[in-house]
Design a protein around this ligand. Structure first.
Ligand code: FES
Length: 162
């Protein structure tokens, strides 16, 4: 009589009965993260309905600087002098009564912001360049070029960037 023997396990897969699809089963952490992301997306979508950022007709979408921005009333610009608007990068001058000019406030030498307008010139504090307040031309170096003109509009007693 022959005894029926079960073959001894020889293959590693038979000795470790882990499921063969384990590598493709998502871990608990992955599942939680996926649900969390989906939940976050749902919350953000819900918030989007009440956070309407569509510009309305006539609304200023320039961010408060740039084209059309009011710089100052004309009375703030001294006759024969000028005012530096550092934030806007502009210097506005009034060479003669009622005549307004504007230039970049960035010195053409090494890029400093001009400091003031005095004694008929726009003055850079860094190396002493001076520019004519009427046309921005170089009155004293080392600046190699005039200050570029900036467009402005004067409406009534208000000066705006054009
Ligand atoms: S940066 Fe203005 S004079 Fe040098």
């Amino acid at each position: 009589m022959t005894a029926v023997q079960q073959p001894a396990p020889t293959h590693p897969a038979q000795t470790h009965p882990a499921p063969t699809g384990a590598a493709h089963t998502p871990s608990r952490r992955v599942v939680v993260s996926a649900v969390g992301a989906a939940g976050l997306a749902a919350v953000l979508a819900a918030c989007g309905d009440s956070d309407d950022q569509t510009p309305q007709p006539g609304e200023d979408t320039t961010g408060g600087t740039g084209e059309g921005e009011v710089l100052a009333p004309t009375s703030d610009i001294p006759e024969g002098g000028g005012t530096v608007f550092k934030e806007q990068g502009v210097v506005v001058t009034q060479p003669t009564a009622g005549e307004f000019k504007a230039f970049s406030s960035t010195c053409t030498h090494q890029g400093c912001t001009v400091r003031d307008v005095a004694e008929g010139t726009i003055n850079c504090p860094c190396h002493g360049s001076r520019f004519d307040l009427a046309d921005g031309s170089v009155a004293a170096g080392p600046a190699p070029r005039p200050l570029p003109a900036t467009q402005i509009t004067v409406e009534g007693d208000s000066i705006r960037l054009a």
